[in-house]
Design a protein around this ligand. Structure first.
Ligand SMILES: [Zn+2]
Ligand SMILES: [Zn+2]
Length: 107
């Protein structure tokens, strides 16, 4: 079978079903090149789990946050040694609310 990316005719090529189509590749490198989504922020191919926000894919939660997506964490659990860290980040995240409505303008 022929790789659809590089054209290599390889007897150990494999096919990938994705969406409506079936794709043939001679290597995972070619498969990633053709099928892996790219991170909206840094543009790298997402070969891990990645994260998704509003239909946009990012390679990691950090990239998602850089692009303004909030509330995302990497799917991999990070069993770090330090469990009782105090999270202080929420102190300084005041939401930018709309201006109060009671100054009704008449013009
Ligand atoms: Zn190939
Ligand atoms: Zn990224």
């Amino acid at each position: 079978m022929k790789c659809e990316v590089c054209g290599n005719d390889y007897d150990k090529a494999f096919t990938v079903d994705m969406g409506q189509g079936q794709h043939t590749f001679d290597s995972f490198e070619c498969a990633i090149h053709a099928l892996a989504p790219t991170c909206e922020h840094c543009g790298c191919h997402i070969v891990g789990h990645g994260v998704e926000q509003d239909g946009v894919m990012y390679c990691c939660a950090h990239c998602a946050q850089q692009n303004g997506a909030v509330g995302l964490t990497d799917r991999l659990d990070d069993h770090s040694h330090d469990d009782d860290r105090v999270v202080e980040a929420s102190k300084e995240s005041f939401p930018a609310s709309d201006a109060p409505a009671w100054g009704s303008r008449r013009g």
